[in-house]
Design a protein around this ligand. Structure first.
Ligand SMILES: Nc1nc2c(c(=O)[nH]1)N[C@H]1C(S)=C(S)[C@@H](COP(=O)(O)OP(=O)(O)OC[C@H]3O[C@@H](n4cnc5c(=O)[nH]c(N)nc54)[C@H](O)[C@@H]3O)O[C@H]1N2
Ligand SMILES: Nc1nc2c(c(=O)[nH]1)N[C@H]1C(S)=C(S)[C@@H](COP(=O)(O)OP(=O)(O)OC[C@H]3O[C@@H](n4cnc5c(=O)[nH]c(N)nc54)[C@H](O)[C@@H]3O)O[C@H]1N2
Ligand SMILES: [Mo]
Length: 895
């Protein structure tokens, strides 16, 4: 539609407001209650314009074709100035601090010529500084409600409200009491939108932006969502990290980790010099001494056991370029395929299961498609805590009408909003998914045409599913038959269903079967590969776990998922690398530890993974490191793993690095350095090159940009992606073979990438988990995540997040607590067949009776000494989600 703004004609989409028209015409209006991320409120009356003879608030007035809008007239300017002046009159003069360089209100006043004399408020309403990241100065609050709407409409936490009357109205936590005790999840949305500086974060007072010397756009280095962030720096330190409003996934949102948990960067415990073990103690040495030692150790290992006596664990925290270089080092400089990454502990079953079903090792669609889904099936994932920005977007979708089925033994955050919450016994997914498929088939809720044209395996599956009627599935899973029916009907009858899943599917003895049985549902329903829905999408974990695998940091796969065992694939890589490649697939992480214990692994290089804390059956991991003649650990901190290493190399963190990450929906995005690494710490990129030089090897790939370009020559999937293109376009999804064409966000529209072009149904029978409870170990322990801490906790424990969550706790049902004589906050010892952990109790019916839950973010608690060596039969992904345990009240020191 055409709109005339003071004689300037602008063209707008249906539904646009007069504010959008005015902005498009280049007019600047004060908009103190408006934020593009929120529904307009029209309450501050500062964006006044004239249209159709009336003076109206532009933000809430829709434009129509042919509308004429007056903006610039003096009289309108005066009205707007009066409105702002009235608001400012109630505030103390410091509300205008910073002027043109200050916050939004100060800038608006500067433009309108309103001076601090106009601010005549007496103040005296006080502050709330109880929260580590969100500070409230009530005297600066203008009750515009942006923070309240941000918390409701974007974050979905509904933690805030406006209280008081008239001029005394002020934002407050809905629970009353101090902010620190509220439901706030520290996403920072309220601070980000506040126009006045009433809400601020430490380090960045509203008027303090003048002190900012650097602004860097980068991608978050915590989880796999891939939020775009803007890093503000001053004097070589981070002043604040803000969400990028144009971020393709986060769209101006962020979470407690990416937004606030950067204090670790300047922790006095950061490693700043290489360390070498001498007489049993780690001592600081020069880089040349450390590298010389590693080179000698590698040569000795090669002499004793050949190339396969050396192995590397690459880092899903590091960039694509670093992962590419590490696998190239192993294959070219050492001559082995012994390289793996923490995808092994996480979504290796997704890679295997999705490849078998559809052909490629990634989610099937773009997360944006979720906005079109009318039914969400969320399985074994807790995005509210583990992927908060995704969790918030899913919740908003549900609040706007999509139906929601949650399948999780626990009442995770989104389960509160679910139409159906299925609570399967941990480890019973395959039975559950077969049960759902049984109902789809029995009730004809399948897409016959899709199945005929685009899928294989229906007869075999139908035969298997005959054995999974609701009654039997109910016995196997503990899920009532009527819930199963309700869920299958919701999923089966929706038009555009989406499956989103997490580790509750993969980290099991039959994790790959779980993924296959889950993909069956989408195939039966014809809800994948059509461009209509959101298909099947794993919420990948680490910031770059998708990328680490894409780059070939895997023992059986080269960059771009070409098989090591395939001579043609080897030849293509050998051609680019100028050397023949080892043809035998290498060891997976658990095999590396077993080889170390057996004495055949002579050197282990661990980059950015705290295996002594995060790998299962941690006592056995420590034994493996003990047995291995040389362990090299590349780290930010003296982690539990680094403590046991022979050489520790100080590494740069994501905010100090140049490169790219791939997020959970396969988007390549740029990572740019905002700071220099501390002391002598170096990027992993620089360290790998230095190690190669110490061995007399030149890996080429001078810069990260050159490295990604070389990767594109080895792996056609990524050939169209370059740093230069990402700098221009922001994000590009793979597959992207051609620099002139967009990447494929939604896969398989024409055909699946399997050899026969079909989606493959799988007939997987239910098999019990590896661990089962008995009289001695009667409870099932599920492990997973909490919102404030990240995996090993090495980073988040060194930030003010520690004030948000100070220890790992054990959630248990009040009935079980009563049985053990345990109350809230009591010390408790958890024992399994493998080890012992000490935790603090938390009573909650979010967990089912007979089940307990804890995270693994505090090494001192020892949670991963409990978990077993059982692992997915296809991919060796640990069975972290099922451990039989018993509880002993108190902290029992003896084993
Ligand atoms: N705050 C925070 N965020 C993180 C991380 C972190 O440590 N902290 N880590 C990142 C990483 S590496 C990853 S991989 C992701 C993981 O993200 P998620 O996969 O969401 O994480 P988890 O909490 O491990 O497990 C998800 C859920 O699986 C459920 N579950 C357990 N067993 C079963 C079962 O048999 N069936 C079903 N249906 N469900 C089951 C658990 O109850 C749990 O709620 O999070 C990433 N984001
Ligand atoms: N019980 C239980 N255990 C689990 C899980 C579970 O659900 N239950 N989940 C598993 C899963 S899914 C995962 S992914 C693993 C994660 O396990 P880890 O990968 O071990 O966990 P992180 O804390 O992410 O550890 C990464 C380490 O890398 C360091 N680091 C960070 N950035 C960089 C960098 O750029 N360079 C270098 N060199 N180092 C860096 C950090 O200081 C940290 O010590 O944990 C697994 N362990
Ligand atoms: Mo993970």
């Amino acid at each position: 539609m055409r709109v005339d703004v003071d004689g300037v004609i602008v063209h707008l989409a249906e539904g646009a407001s007069l504010l959008e028209a005015a902005r498009l015409a280049g007019a600047e209006l004060p908009t103190l209650c408006h934020d593009d991320r929120l529904t307009p409120a029209g309450s501050c009356r500062t964006c006044l314009v004239r249209s159709g003879g009336n003076v109206v608030a532009a933000c809430v007035t829709p434009a129509a074709d042919g509308t004429v809008v007056e903006v610039a007239a003096d009289e309108l300017r005066a009205l707007r100035r009066d409105a702002v002046e009235l608001i400012v009159s109630a505030l103390p003069p410091r509300a205008l601090d910073g002027g043109a360089e200050g916050g939004e209100l100060a800038r608006v006043c500067h433009e309108l010529g309103i001076t601090p004399d106009g601010a005549r408020g007496r103040g005296g309403r006080g502050r709330d500084d109880s929260h580590p990241y969100v500070h409230l100065d009530r005297d600066l609050c203008i009750a515009c409600g942006r923070c309240v709407r941000m918390c409701a409409e974007v974050q979905g936490t509904f933690a805030l409200t406006l209280t008081g009357r008239g001029a005394d109205t002020v934002v407050a936590p809905g629970t009353g009491g101090p902010w620190a005790d509220s439901d706030c999840v520290s996403c920072g949305g309220c601070v980000d939108t506040c126009p006045t500086g009433a809400l601020t974060e430490p380090g960045l007072p509203a008027g303090g932006r003048a002190r900012i010397s650097g602004r860097t756009r980068t991608t978050c280095g915590y989880c796999g969502v891939g939020c775009s962030l803007e890093v503000l720096t001053h004097d070589g330190e981070v002043a604040a990290i803000l969400p990028d409003h144009d971020g393709p996934v986060n769209q101006g949102h962020a979470c407690v980790k990416g937004r606030f948990a950067h204090g670790f960067l300047h922790s006095p415990e950061r490693l700043t010099r290489p360390l070498l073990r001498r007489d049993g103690r780690l001592e600081p040495v020069s880089w040349s001494e450390a590298l010389g030692h590693v080179a000698r150790g590698l040569r000795a290992a090669l002499a004793e056991g050949g190339p396969d006596a050396v192995a590397a664990i690459s880092s899903a925290r590091a960039t694509n370029e670093e992962n590419y270089l590490i696998q190239k080092f192993m294959r070219v400089a050492v001559g082995t395929n012994n390289v793996d990454n923490c995808s092994r502990l996480c979504h290796a079953p997704s890679a295997a299961g999705l490849t078998a079903a559809f052909g490629l090792s990634g989610g099937t669609d773009s997360f944006d498609d979720v906005e079109r889904a009318d039914c969400l099936l969320l399985v074994g994932a807790n995005p509210v805590e583990a992927h908060p920005v995704v969790g918030a977007r899913l919740l908003q979708r549900v609040l706007r009408g999509a139906s929601l089925i949650v399948a999780d033994p626990r009442a995770v955050g989104l389960a509160l909003h679910a139409d159906v919450h299925l609570r399967p016994r941990p480890g019973s997914n395959v039975a559950l998914f077969n049960g759902l498929a049984h109902v789809l088939l029995a009730e004809g809720l399948i897409d016959d045409d899709f199945l005929r044209r685009r899928a294989a395996g229906l007869p075999e599956l139908a035969t298997l599913l005959a054995g999974y009627p609701p009654d039997r599935v109910s016995v196997l899973t503990g899920v009532p038959a009527e819930d199963l029916l309700a869920a299958a009907r919701l999923y089966g009858r929706s038009e555009r269903p989406a499956i989103v899943y997490g580790l509750g599917v993969t980290e099991h003895l039959h994790g790959t079967d779980g993924v296959r049985a889950l993909t069956n549902l989408a195939i039966l329903r014809g809800a994948v590969g059509t461009g209509r829905g959101f298909g099947v999408n794993p919420l990948r974990g680490q910031n770059n776990v998708q990328g680490a695998s894409d780059m070939g940091a895997l023992p059986d796969l080269l960059p771009g998922y070409a098989k090591v065992a395939d001579p043609a694939a080897r030849a293509r890589a050998a051609d680019v690398w100028g050397t023949p490649l080892p043809d035998r697939p290498g060891m997976r992480i658990p095999e590396m530890f077993a080889a170390a214990r057996a004495g055949t692994l002579r050197a282990l290089w661990i980059v950015g993974e705290d295996v002594c804390v995060t790998d299962p059956d941690a006592t056995r991991v420590a034994e493996a490191l003990e047995a291995c003649p040389m362990v090299v650990c590349q780290e930010l901190f003296l982690s539990e793993t680094a403590r046991r290493a022979d050489v520790v190399l100080p590494a740069a963190a994501w905010l100090e690095k140049d490169g790219t990450f791939v997020n959970f929906d396969r988007r390549f995005q740029r990572v740019r350095p905002a700071l220099d690494p501390p002391g002598e710490a170096r990027t992993d990129f620089a360290i790998v090159h230095a190690l190669a030089s110490a061995l007399g090897v030149d890996l080429g790939c001078r810069t990260p940009a050159e490295t990604l370009a070389e990767c594109g020559r080895v792996a056609p999937l990524f050939a169209g992606i370059s740093h230069e293109r990402l700098d221009r376009e922001g994000a590009v999804p793979w597959p992207c073979p051609d620099p002139g064409r967009p990447g494929e966000a939604s896969l398989y529209r024409e055909r699946f990438a399997t050899p026969d072009g079909l989606a493959h149904l799988a007939a997987c029978p239910y098999l019990p988990p590896g661990e089962t409870p008995d009289d001695r170990y009667p409870l099932i322990l599920v492990t997973g995540r909490r919102w404030a801490h990240y995996n090993s906790g090495n980073m988040t424990r060194r930030t003010a997040n520690l004030g948000l969550e100070a220890a790992d706790r054990l959630d248990l049902h009040p009935a079980d607590a009563a049985r053990y004589g345990l109350g809230e906050g009591d010390p408790v010892t958890v024992r399994s067949r493998h080890g012992r952990a000490t935790l603090i109790t938390h009573l909650s019916d979010d967990v089912a009776p007979g089940q307990v839950f804890c995270a693994f973010h505090f090494p001192a608690a020892g949670v991963n000494t409990l978990t077993s060596g059982h692992a997915d039969t296809v991919t060796s992904c640990p069975e972290y989600k099922v451990t039989a345990v018993r509880l002993i009240p108190g902290w029992d020191e003896a084993m």
